[in-house]
Write a protein that binds this ligand. Structure first.
Ligand SMILES: [Zn+2]
Length: 699
């Protein structure tokens, strides 16, 4: 072992003594991360060296188990580090990330380019095939995964090509960090300032108060500042009566990252696209999309293109029909005006109003955060899986806004300790938080090391003024259930190996359980349980319940089209050969327009959910060439929703089946085998088409 240089008073030096190994946030300071991460890298390198240098014949214990035991210190520091970087960043953390990014990439390369290590795994496979070693199914799957990862990381390349690959990986890691950082800074700079309250007519008093406070904090006392959210569609645009303000917000949203200033992301994204194409070429793939799809359940970029291409025309046709109805409403007040993206959500709200259905403003008083969580999200998990939740006020999170719940399994006779793990909730937005919503883990469940899970959910809900309740819109309720679906995947994981824990499944599978969990948001029993007026205690009017729980396709044309726009853009950028990637930043918009036109998506005023310049999923995070995953997962999701309905919906028996056959398995076997085990057959696309009103798609 290399000498351990980590100071013993560093809180990451030893496993935390706190329940479930929660990091000791009372003690953790930003300056603890770098030494812990560097010591973790050194420790794992030494551990792997020992495994590679082993002279006894390879066994499960001295290869697979040993590999999976390695890197404990690194994981202990890295999981909290990346969580904090996403949820509560500051300059010191961002600097450290940029400084460390290349070292982390080099560390990964050093593992996967170590021929001795691979030889041990090949030796184990040979011994298993010869019947000298017996592998359990999860061990056979693990061995297969490790060997595949070695091949995909370039183990078979020449020494000089491996060196080129290492340089590409290091540079790509730096560029992704730079993209996220510019985007976050640019988002703050793109907020829209209003000086006249009339411009903001339509916002609620709370929203106005929030905008006034944001303006004051930014040094514009007496004005109002409307911040931007990560997707293209900005929620406020749906309620702003003033058309010019709507268009200003929309314009600010769509031009993020392309102003030619310090926050311009175009040069960064072009370099990322080119280097990814070069790396794919080096590894023997035609382009990055082919490299990514091979490791996913989709299998090939052609399969992805086929699926997106089938859906696009039907989605656009639906959006066109929706647009025609909106244009009619627009022309009542603005004869002859051209329908634009900024009008869409606003007018859709008016159309719904015409049908006596509740809009978000009417619903909000019934959707109070605490009640939605306790009597909705957690209640559904209780009824399905028998889980219960107790808030642990004695434990400290990484930010004062975090809340920590201990999760208990249904009690069983003879098993006194039924603690499952911890759920950390971080729902409120902060200027230093990344946009969107996501799940992280601080500890991954695994039996090898006897670790129980600690999972985090992050959202970006605007915090109300002190003493005011947090009232949610429909999308926020859906997001709470969605992210908690990921949390359940982590909490209910029951696997042996850390690398197979919970959500360690392919990208185009991981959104499936979280999307399934969204169904409980609109389940009549659960909805009645949480949707109660926060002042009067009155239940939601029955006709609204009917409206919310009915399968509806309102707005699906827009939603599917904007989603497909982003997914197709992602594929288009990643299906290029190196020399095909534009070199001039001005060509980003041209390339984007051509890609959308080629898919027929330029026919309606529905911008992609993310434009290239602020598409953090694909440039700054792990979804490159994989944004299609959401709709790919939705095929499984819609088919599973049908499975639940066929079997009586919200019952303990159904939850137990879903847990045992799917959630608990994590990445310990082929995920599609888990699905087949649950459903009794492969997934069918019909339920997705029906849900999204795409019945006319040819199959
Ligand atoms: Zn998700």
């Amino acid at each position: 072992m290399v000498p351990m240089t980590l100071a013993p008073d560093n809180p990451f030096a030893r496993p935390s003594d706190l329940p479930y190994g929660l990091p000791d946030y009372d003690a953790v300071r930003v300056e603890h991360y770098e030494p812990a991460l560097r010591a973790g890298l050194a420790e794992q390198r030494a551990e792997l060296d020992a495994i590679a240098g082993e002279t006894d014949p390879p066994t499960v214990a001295n290869t697979l188990d040993a590999l999976e035991r390695s890197g404990r210190l690194l994981r202990r520091a890295a999981l909290p580090f990346f969580n904090q970087l996403s949820a509560d960043a500051n300059d010191a953390l961002e600097d450290l990330h940029e400084r460390l990014a290349a070292d982390l990439a080099a560390h990964r390369d050093a593992i996967y380019q170590d021929a001795r290590l691979r030889a041990r795994l090949v030796g184990l496979r040979d011994r298993a095939e010869a019947g000298e070693v017996t592998l359990e199914p999860d061990q056979a799957w693990l061995l297969r995964t490790w060997l595949k990862d070695f091949r995909r990381a370039g183990i078979d390349l020449s020494t000089s090509d491996q060196e080129a690959l290492r340089d590409l990986n290091a540079r790509l890691t730096e560029l992704s960090a730079a993209f996220s950082r510019r985007l976050l800074a640019g988002e703050k700079a793109s907020a829209v300032l209003a000086t006249d309250p009339d411009e903001l007519a339509g916002l609620t008093d709370d929203e106005l108060a929030g905008a006034a406070q944001a303006a004051t904090e930014a040094g514009h006392e007496g004005a109002w500042l409307v911040g931007l959210q990560l997707p293209t569609r900005q929620d406020v645009v749906g309620s702003l009566d003033h058309r010019a303000t709507r268009r200003r917000v929309q314009q600010a949203s769509e031009t993020r990252g392309s102003h030619g200033d310090d926050h311009d992301t175009r040069g960064v994204l072009l370099e990322i696209a080119r280097l990814r194409a070069e790396r794919a070429r080096l590894l023997g793939y035609p382009h990055h999309a082919a490299y990514v799809a091979e490791d996913a359940t989709a299998g090939s970029a052609e399969a992805v293109a086929g699926m997106l291409g089938r859906l696009a025309p039907a989605a656009v046709a639906n959006a066109r029909t929706e647009g025609a109805a909106l244009r009619e409403v627009l022309h009542r007040t603005d004869p002859g005006a051209e329908l634009c993206a900024a009008d869409w959500a606003y007018l859709a709200g008016r159309v719904r109003g015409d049908e006596h259905a509740p809009d978000d403003a009417a619903l909000r008083p019934y959707l109070e955060l605490e009640r939605v969580v306790q009597h909705g999200v957690l209640e559904a998990a209780h009824r399905l899986y028998g889980l219960s939740f107790v808030e642990r006020h004695d434990l400290t999170g990484y930010h004062p806004d975090t809340r920590i719940f201990e999760v208990f399994d249904a009690p069983e006779p003879g098993r006194p300790d039924h603690g499952l793990g911890l759920f950390v909730a971080d729902w409120y937005t902060r200027p230093v938080k990344r946009g969107g919503a996501w799940m992280n883990t601080l500890v991954d469940q695994n039996r090898l090391l006897g670790e129980r899970p600690v999972v985090v959910n992050n959202l970006n809900i605007v915090k109300p003024a002190p003493g005011r309740p947090t009232l949610l819109g429909r999308d926020q309720v859906r997001t709470l259930f969605h992210e908690f679906g990921h949390a359940l995947h982590g909490l209910l994981s029951d696997v042996r190996y850390p690398s197979q824990s919970g959500t360690s499944v392919p990208r185009d599978f991981v959104e499936f359980p979280s999307q399934v969990n969204e169904m409980w948001a609109w389940d009549p029993q659960i909805l009645r349980s949480y949707a109660v007026h926060h002042v009067t205690g009155e239940p939601l009017p029955p006709e609204w319940i009917d409206h919310l729980t009915a399968e509806r396709q309102d707005g699906e044309g827009f939603a599917t089209t904007e989603y497909l726009g982003a997914a197709l853009l992602d594929q288009a950028w990643h299906r290029l050969a190196p020399h095909e990637v534009p070199t001039d930043v001005e060509d980003v918009a041209t390339f984007e327009a051509a890609a959308l036109a080629a898919a027929g998506l330029d026919d309606v005023p529905v911008p992609p959910r993310y434009r290239s310049t602020y598409f953090n999923h694909v440039w700054g995070s792990g979804y490159a060439a994989a944004y299609y995953s959401y709709i790919w997962s939705e095929v499984l999701d819609a088919d599973t929703v049908r499975w639940y309905r066929e079997r009586g919906g919200l019952t303990r028996e159904n939850g137990e089946e879903f847990r045992r056959r799917l959630l608990a398995r994590g990445g310990s076997q082929d995920p599609l085998a888990s699905f087949r085990d649950l459903r009794g057959r492969d997934a069918e696309i019909g339920p997705l088409l029906a849900r999204r009103g795409l019945g006319t798609v040819s199959s």
